[in-house]
Design a protein around this ligand. Structure first.
Ligand SMILES: Cc1cc2nc3c(=O)[nH]c(=O)nc-3n(C[C@H](O)[C@H](O)[C@H](O)COP(=O)(O)OP(=O)(O)OC[C@H]3O[C@@H](n4cnc5c(N)ncnc54)[C@H](O)[C@@H]3O)c2cc1C
Length: 248
């Protein structure tokens, strides 16, 4: 079991009550994990019973630090506990765990997320397109399709927009299922955008039959993950090309 000490806390969305939390692990010089993995946070509930919840790490490895991105869940035990923490407070956790990590060799890749499913995607993008060291994307194209209901829930939007401007092989496609009047961006569910992209994007549809396979990484709630896996399979993808993390 390790200690996570909260260093910084940012409210990413007032509406969704989503927080970005930055921790360090004081007892470690280096907290080793791969982007996309999760930690298991542990705390006792009101009856003294230990409760454990998984949270995807929302950052690339950096020393003994890691970030989380989480929504308050109405009546939820752990999400409220974490969202109520103030800098300096600590929580217990174990990990890292999980196989939702980028598989070598890198190929052109779809990163598909809804809501806080963006957390591991931020870790992937920080890893592939680091700001201080050389690009690790191997020249492959990465399309990040992030679906939310409203514009205010496009967590880390400025970061991804900047990365897309700086890296021509990174493409950021936010899409809203309940857009407000005047929203000029993409509309609809992530699977609609994925289908469109696979049918129309020149970088994808011009691929020759013997071009290397693409990969997809999907993260969010069960229904969305199932819809996207089903669609990709219908489009002829092999299950080995499709990686996913379900939050429920
Ligand atoms: C591998 C993995 C990684 C995860 N990573 C993240 C992450 O990065 N960020 C994040 O916000 N969550 C993440 N989750 C979900 C997280 O573990 C918790 O389920 C969530 O925070 C709710 O916990 P709670 O203790 O607050 O709610 P609970 O006390 O467990 O549940 C209270 C009520 O809320 C419902 N509920 C549970 N989870 C959700 C949810 N996600 N959305 C809406 N209603 C829910 C329950 O059905 C129950 O009715 C992840 C889950 C898994 C399995």
């Amino acid at each position: 079991m390790y200690t996570a000490r909260l260093l910084e806390k940012k409210l990413l969305s007032v509406n969704a009550q989503c927080y970005h939390l930055e921790f360090d692990v004081p007892e470690l010089e280096n907290f080793a994990f791969e982007a996309g993995q999760f930690v298991s946070m542990v705390a006792e509930d009101g009856r003294g019973k230990p409760q454990t919840r998984a949270y995807s790490i929302a950052s690339a490895p950096r020393g003994n630090r890691f970030d989380l991105c989480l929504d308050r869940v109405d009546g939820g035990f752990f999400s409220n506990q974490l969202c109520d923490m103030e800098p300096g407070a600590t929580a217990q956790f174990h990990g890292p765990y999980g196989l939702f990590v980028l598989r070598p060799p890198l190929e052109d890749t779809l990163l598909i997320a809804t809501g806080t499913g963006i957390a591991p995607m931020r870790g992937f993008v920080e890893t592939l397109f680091p700001s201080e060291v050389e690009d690790r994307s191997d020249g492959k194209h990465f399309w990040l399709i992030h679906g939310t209901r409203h514009e205010s829930e496009l967590y880390y939007r400025r970061y991804f927009e900047k990365a897309a401007v700086e890296h021509p092989n990174f493409h950021y496609l936010p899409t809203l299922s309940h857009p407000h009047e005047g929203w000029e961006g993409l509309r609809g569910y992530v699977q609609t955008q994925v289908k469109q992209l696979l049918q129309e994007h020149p970088a994808i549809c011009s691929r020759s039959a013997d071009a290397p396979a693409m990969q997809a990484y999907i993260c969010g709630l069960h229904e969305m993950v199932a819809a996207n896996r089903g669609q990709l399979k219908e489009l002829g993808w092999d299950r080995k090309q499709i990686h996913f993390e379900r939050y429920d």
